[in-house]
Design a protein around this ligand. Structure first.
Ligand code: DOR
Ligand code: ZN
Length: 431
């Protein structure tokens, strides 16, 4: 199968490439990137006026399989990914059972191989059952292809266990991906602690609950010589600790979510359960600090933390609602609308942090349009105007704080291994 993507603006930060060119794709690989390719192809896709980038890579998603399929499964979750222009998702292990053994890693990969619309990378648990008591068999899971390890949803409370994990991990060069929030400091809150929580009468989570956890994790990373990746950083104190740790040469990387770059705790002031998330949406000073950290390189990856819940779970009062909401179908549009069209980030920053850098940090294929690489490609229309409407989502987790948002910019086609998995917003189903 040969496809020729014609006359698109080929935009690939991994090669510093930004020019109107053609891309020839053959047998799942990028065969040529050049101007005026005339070779015959099975399909010619006219990308005039569109931007062609490496496929987006989202290192923090919850696909909810196994066991929580009422919230999401690999088919619905990867359809949402394809719809949003995302070609690789890394799924977190807080499932039922927890992904804490090699057989479950293999099982998820097997399920994804049968039917999925994105590459599915698996994050294994650090501790058995994510209970924080006993190390999970990270070596076995790494052998089966786990890309990193996390007790996401929980902090690894025991410093001793975390130190053992950090030492263990150095043997196979995979990061510990940390949900770094001190649970005792966060226990009594439902949203960010600040002026808004005081005004609306909801107990708050202090941002130092993140700072303290991140500080300990960086100290142990230095001691053990391990790679730690701090998930969904949302506090200005925490990001500053990461900045200092990086300067010191500690092997720490970090990610920030789209929502922590674009929303403040004011979004919670109508008590909508669609805004309840962990870490919570914080105040403007924290949002600004996250944006600065993206620009100065303290943040390596921009992620969704796509965390779907079943409608009946989420459609309850603010404080009873589980944390998290879907993000795969809004991430690119929100980034382009709120950060690119406003001139806050350039396109290079956005595509680097949503594709090239995650590939580098996690040693994944993709994140580039270099000849010979896998043909995972996102084609986007930077000026397409659309409105967020969760009733049209592929994900089962319909709740989003962006409901009704007017957006400018969207993925219009997604190619996975040389085949289109989405065109014009519609996922190309296999059956
Ligand atoms: O809001 C969140 N939801 N944060 C997490 O860390 C976990 C996630 C989930 O699994 O629902
Ligand atoms: Zn988390």
């Amino acid at each position: 199968m040969k496809t020729l993507i014609k006359n698109g603006r080929v935009f690939d930060p991994s090669q510093n490439l930004d020019a109107v060119m053609d891309i020839l794709v053959e047998d799942g690989k990028i065969k040529a990137v050049a101007t005026g390719i005339t070779e015959a192809a099975d399909e010619v896709y006219d990308a005039t006026g569109l931007v062609v980038t490496p496929g987006l890579i989202d290192m923090h998603t919850h696909m909810r399989e196994p066991g929580l399929e009422a919230k999401e499964d690999i088919i619905s979750g990867t359809m949402a990914a394809a719809a949003g222009g995302v070609t690789t998702v890394a799924c977190m292990p807080n499932t039922k059972p927890v992904v804490d053994s090699a057989i479950i890693v293999s099982g998820i990969k097997q399920r994804a191989a049968e039917e999925s619309y994105a590459n599915v990378e698996v994050v294994g648990a650090i501790s058995k059952g994510e209970k924080g008591e006993e190390l999970a068999e990270m070596g076995d899971m790494a052998y089966r292809g786990a890309v990193g390890f996390s007790d996401d949803g929980h902090y690894v409370k025991s410093s001793r266990l975390f130190m053992l994990a950090a030492k263990y991990i150095t043997a196979f060069d995979k990061p510990l991906m940390l949900h770094a929030i001190d649970p005792e400091l966060a226990a009594e809150g439902y949203m960010h602690e600040g002026a808004v929580s005081a005004r609306i009468g909801v107990p708050g989570v202090p941002s130092i609950s993140e700072d303290i956890a991140v500080a300990r994790d960086c100290i142990i990373a230095e001691y053990a010589g391990a790679h730690v990746h701090i998930c969904h950083v949302a506090s200005k104190g925490a990001i500053d600790i990461i900045r200092q740790a990086k300067k010191k040469g500690i092997n720490v990387t970090s990610e920030v979510t789209v929502h922590h770059l674009t929303l403040t705790d004011e979004a919670c002031s109508n008590y909508s359960s669609a805004t309840r998330v962990s870490p919570p949406l914080r105040s403007w000073d924290h949002v600004q600090a996250m944006r600065e950290a993206v620009l100065d390189g303290t943040v390596d990856c921009i992620v969704t933390d796509h965390a779907p819940h079943a409608p009946e779970e989420k459609d309850v009062e603010f404080r009873y609602a589980p944390c998290g909401f879907c993000g795969l179908e809004t991430s690119l549009g929100v980034m382009l609308t709120d950060l690119y069209h406003t001139g806050i980030f350039d396109l290079k920053t956005i595509i680097s942090k949503m594709s090239c850098e995650p590939a580098k940090v996690f040693h994944l294929p993709g994140g580039t349009l270099k000849e010979g690489s896998v043909a995972d490609i996102t084609i986007m229309d930077l000026n397409k105007e659309w409105t967020v409407d969760s009733s049209k989502f592929y994900t089962r987790g319909k709740f989003t704080p962006y409901e009704g948002k007017a957006c400018k910019g969207k993925a219009v086609a997604t190619m996975l291994h040389g085949n289109f998995v989405m065109r014009d917003g519609v996922v190309c189903t296999k059956k």
